[in-house]
Each structure stands twice: as C-alpha cells, then as structure tokens.
Design a protein around this ligand. Sequence first.
Ligand code: GRF
Length: 201
Amino acid sequence: KSIAVMASGRGSNLKVILDAVAAGDCPVDVQLVICDRGDAAALDIARATGVPHVIHVNPKDYEGREQYDAECADLLDRYGCQWIVLAGYMRILSSSFVRRFRGRIINIHPSILPAFAGARAVEDALAYGVKVSGCTVHLVDEVLDGGSILAQSVVPVLDDDTRDSLHARIQIEEHKLYPATLKRMVEEGFTIEGRRIIWSK
Ligand code: GRF
C-alpha cells in the first residue's frame, strides 16, 4: 500500500511510522509527505528518511481551503497514494476532499473519542477531571474527529499532570498504536457496519 502522511508539527508519529516501515513492522510504502508549515520538523524527518516526495504546500499560495485541498489531492493522485495518514495535521479538511478519499483517510487524536474532540483535547480532558485518557485512531469524515473508530489505547491521568506530562504519556501509546493499526489495516482489513469497524480476523 502506498500512503501519504500529512503533518504540521513535530512529526513524532510520522517518525515512528517511518521507523516501523524500515524495521519491516509496517507493510506500507510512504511515498509522499505533505506539510502545511515550512518550519515543521516533520519535513526534516521525512527528508532524512528518504521519503520520495516531501512537499511543503503553503496555504498562502492558495485562495482558500478548497483550492489548497485540491492541490493536495492532485499530489496524492500523482504519487498513487491509496491511504492518507494524518499525523498532527492541524488543518481541517474540506468536505470535497473528504468525499474524494472517503474511507481512505485516517487520523490519530489524543483523547478517547468521542470525548474531547478538537484541537485542545489534552487540556480539555485535564480540565474536565477525567481519570483516564488516551488516543484514538479513526477514519476521517465530515465531522471533526467524528469518524469510525479503528483503535484506542488508554492511559491514566495523574493528579500532578500538566498538559505536557499527560500529552507525553499519551504519545507513548500513540507511537505504538498508529503503526500497529496501519499494519492491521493492510494485513487484516475491516468492514464497516453502521459506525462500527469490524476487523476481519
Ligand atoms: C498527536 O498528539 C496527535 O494525536 C495529534 O497531534 C499530535 C501530533 O504529534 N493529532 P506529532 O507531530 O506526531 O509529534
């Protein structure tokens, strides 16, 4: 499976996916990395690992979300990407983009969805006072952080947690869950019943 990773930031999830691929633990081929930010560490990680196509698509060069996403969609088609893996990608995808790649876009989110959707998931969970949180890998649909759930991992929330300490604990789980879920998607596959993902094995 050829995949693209779209990222905006630190790129630690991108890195663990690339490491898993290199180690033979994740049977995908990362053909393309797209970043919306030119200073994203994700760009350096992708270049250093030898991803064939590493592209900064600058939002300033496009009229709006639709046009920006159309450029990304063209790149995804050009490089034959079957799946789109969002890894800390901070732009909301237009509904035409989601329609075009329906069922083929996945995201990782730092909470146990449907609790705490949105960009402030870790601080929202902390402020709410939940005693467990975690991460969710899910399909992307038109609802923000609202698509069918592929996998989740749970971590405890400790009394002295800060946003950073909780996020760090969640990221340890993300780094296991994301490559493992991609592997499962390739090797096992799934069907969808209503909202539910039913793994084939
Ligand atoms: C992760 O916590 C992920 O859940 C969220 O954004 C963060 C990205 O981290 N969507 P990184 O850029 O992969 O390090």
